[in-house]
Structure formats: C-alpha cells, structure tokens
Design a protein around this ligand. Structure first.
Ligand code: ATP
Length: 133
C-alpha cells in the first residue's frame, strides 16, 4: 500500500518555494526540532534559523530557513519563512561572502556596527552552508 503523505507548502514574502506531497518533515521550531508525519495534531510554532528536512518517496533533502512560522492542520504543513532555499538553490560563494562580511563586521568592534544584525546575518550564512553539507 502506498505510504500516506501530507502537503508541504513553503512560502516566503518573495515567492512560493515549495508545494508538494511529502512523507515526513522536520522543522527548526523555536523550542527544538519538530518532526511532522501525516495526521499530526494541529500545531502552530515559531521557527528559528535552521535546516528543514523533507522526506519524499524515500529520498530526503534539506532546505535552509531563516525563521518564520509553521502551521500544521488537516495533514497540511504550511511554512511561512523569512527566507527559504532548497539546498540546490543555495549559492555557496554568496553564503561564504556573507559569512566573511558578518565576521569582519563583528571583528571590528566599531560603534557603527549593529552587532545583533551582524550576528543574525552570520547565523543565516552558516545555516545555508550547513544545509549544503
Ligand atoms: P546576502 O547578504 O548574501 O544577501 P542575506 O542573509 O542577507 O544574504 P536574506 O536577506 O536572508 O540574505 O535573503 C534575501 C534573498 O536572497 C532571499 O530570497 C534568499 O532566499 C536569497 N539568498 C540569500 N542568500 C542566498 C544564497 N547564498 N543562495 C541563494 N539564495 C540566497
């Protein structure tokens, strides 16, 4: 018998990143990773910067997400993310450049640097590189 699936929609303010039936999803919830199978109880949670794992027809792939929200309802998982990229959409050299820029800003310790902003940019870049591993 075919395995039961659930619909996964990943949307950002810029674009629809993903919309397909999948078997299993792991999202980076603010209080820890959340694994979601079909028929999961209704749920809403904030997301932190992290890697989503998606299992579809026996294959697993990764997506980098930069915070947002997840809603689970009626075997439908909706991720509203600040940004999201499937691993193959990630530009490694862009992420490496963003990482170097953020590290350099943090190293200068200049009063002009918004430290929190640089730290979050660094987390986004490191997360994209992690999703590529
Ligand atoms: P950068 O400084 O390189 O713009 P960023 O972390 O500030 O990085 P975001 O504001 O998170 O970028 O994202 C802006 C847009 O660029 C989003 O659509 C995001 O998906 C995309 N994006 C950012 N970095 C990458 C990357 N390395 N590869 C592919 N797309 C990326």
């Amino acid at each position: 018998m075919a395995e039961k699936n659930q619909r996964l929609e990943v949307v950002t303010p810029e674009r629809k990143v993903y919309s397909e039936d999948v078997r299993f999803v792991v999202v980076p919830g603010v209080v820890g990773e959340l694994g979601i199978l079909p028929d999961h109880a209704p749920l809403m949670s904030g997301l932190k910067i992290g890697v989503m794992k998606v299992q579809q027809e026996g294959k697993t792939f990764k997506m980098a997400v930069s915070g947002g929200f997840v809603e689970v309802r009626s075997s439908r998982v909706t991720v509203l993310a600040d940004s999201a990229e499937r691993a193959e959409q990630i530009d490694r050299s862009r992420a490496e450049a963003a990482k170097a820029r953020a590290e350099q800003r943090l190293a200068t310790k200049s009063a002009d640097v918004d430290v929190l902003r640089a730290e979050i940019a660094l987390q986004r870049a490191l997360n994209r590189l992690k999703a590529l591993q």
